[in-house]
Design a protein around this ligand. Structure first.
Ligand code: DUC
Ligand code: ZN
Ligand code: ZN
Length: 473
């Protein structure tokens, strides 16, 4: 009987810290040995010429999230996790979203039902807290945190989700008391509504006015306010989907004052600009997301932050709506005015190849930093480390073998989500995962999906070390 179910030989293994040429031995879904000339496995994989990387952890995506009447997310836990696996990701973290008036526990129970039997790779849940009642704050949140939902998102915008500053302070106080990670969507809601009304009154309806209604200033102000609220409660927060220079400046300022602020950015802020929202046609609806993509100068600031350590994680914010669909970007079949276009773009499968190609292959970030941003740090930030996010003895065998030289021209027909477009259509990237393992099982190999619905498991998250307040004095 062989000691290993699988041995991966001759690959170059990269973690957030090291690059090592050695073999990997896998048994019962976990990495059990790293070394030279390991004994033969029941199965063998030759990784000559390939990079052996931890599977990606996508710390921010939306799958089968309940939507207001008439709208529907295009990806459920099957199509979403399938698509993620084909792009080298092995853990996803979508959101169990509380509707106002709903119990948070009921939202989580419903979300478990939506995921049940569908996922191809492992998944954990963030919470979205939209109604922080006494019961939510005192009973439900603490209980859900104990059950492994140890991170939650708070919105400063969107009428059906936003919290006021007092409510945010209440939720942050629970995060501090219970050791959970708070994620904040920072845009100033009142400024957005004021600008939106003026734009509509002037007859500006096209998708491109989405960007005009959400200028950088509204993100800068809310980012600064979120930082102040976190400082007041003395609890670290993560600012999600940072889009450009003015928000980055606020985060640098906070850190220079000793405030623990983490930061996330996403592919849309590197590879799209407000010009992708189009001129007067409706195609630009495909790139409507919030915050909106900015301009080239802001893209450079985001690259700088990825390189110099400003950003903690790089996530997709996959929020899938079909373009030509009455439940998607054309509600009721109509080309609606910009405030009514569902926000979000697909990106689970293209997140890693885009960053690998333009970041690692073009020399903007190191391979170690790539692993840190896309796998190790999200696992640490959300209490999944060291089970997920690295290659180490004892970790789950969630691994992607990358051909760093494979050229792929991104076409929607090559992708495995259930969205009818990709904003990156026609872009050629160099580097793509040729094989993905989820707990030692091959789920993607040479262009073929081998993963089955239901083989992915729910992951209860631990309380993240990174959520602990700074020790002072
Ligand atoms: N913005 C969000 O805050 N969430 C989903 C998609 C988007 O564009
Ligand atoms: Zn958001
Ligand atoms: Zn989001």
């Amino acid at each position: 009987m062989s000691e290993f179910d699988l041995v991966i030989r001759n690959g170059r293994i990269a973690t957030a810290a090291d690059i090592t040429d050695c073999d990997l031995g896998i048994r019962d879904g976990r990495i059990v040995a790293m070394g030279l000339n390991l004994a033969p496995g029941r199965e063998e994989l030759d990784a000559s010429g390939l990079l052996v990387l931890p599977g990606g952890v996508d710390g921010h995506c939306h799958l089968d999230q309940p939507m207001p009447d008439g709208l529907r997310m295009a990806d459920d836990f099957f199509t979403g996790t399938r698509s993620a696996a084909c792009g080298g990701t092995t853990t996803v973290m979508p959101f169990a979203a509380q509707e106002k008036g709903q119990s948070l526990k009921a939202a989580v129970a419903d979300y478990h039902r939506r995921a049940e039997g569908k996922a191809v790779i492992d998944y954990a849940f963030h919470l979205i807290v939209s109604d922080p009642t006494e019961t939510v704050l005192k009973e439900e949140l603490p209980e859900l945190i104990r059950q492994g939902c140890t991170s939650f998102k708070i919105y400063m915008t969107y009428d059906d989700l936003k919290l006021n500053d007092g409510q945010i302070l209440d939720v942050l106080a629970v995060a501090r008391a219970e050791g959970a990670m708070a994620m904040i969507h920072a845009e100033n809601a009142d400024c957005i509504s004021w600008l939106t009304r003026r734009l509509l009154d002037a007859g500006h309806r096209a998708p491109r006015f989405h960007a005009a209604a959400r200028p950088m200033l509204v993100e800068r102000e809310a980012t600064h306010r979120a930082i102040a609220l976190s400082e007041l409660v003395d609890v670290p927060i993560l600012i999600v989907h940072v889009s450009g220079a003015e928000a980055v400046e606020q985060i640098r300022w906070a850190r220079s004052h000793g405030i623990s602020i983490y930061a996330e950015t996403c592919p849309q802020y590197l590879f799209l600009t407000a010009e992708d929202l189009g001129l007067d046609g409706y195609e630009g609806a495909k790139c409507v997301c919030s915050p909106p993509p900015r301009d080239q100068a802001n893209q450079q600031v985001i690259w700088d932050g990825l390189e110099d350590g400003l950003f903690t994680i790089f996530s997709s914010d996959h929020a899938p709506f079909r373009y030509d669909d009455p439940q998607g970007k054309k509600p009721n079949g109509e080309e609606v005015a910009f405030p009514y276009i569902p926000n979000g773009i697909p990106g689970l499968e293209t997140r890693l190849p885009l960053l690998f190609s333009e970041g690692v292959n073009k020399g903007r970030i190191s391979l170690n930093r790539f692993v840190e941003l896309t796998a190790t740090n999200p696992a640490k930030l959300y209490g999944l480390y060291p089970r997920k996010g690295s290659i180490a003895v004892g970790a789950d065998a969630d691994i992607a073998l990358w051909d760093p030289n494979r050229q792929v021209t991104i076409r929607n027909e090559l992708l495995h989500h259930d969205v009818d477009y990709t904003p990156y259509e026609g872009r050629t990237v160099t580097g793509w995962p040729v094989l993905t393992l989820s707990r030692g099982q091959v789920v993607w190999r040479d262009g073929e999906v081998l993963g089955q619905a239901g083989q992915g498991c729910f992951l209860p998250c631990g309380k993240p070390e990174m959520a602990k307040p700074k020790v002072r004095g």
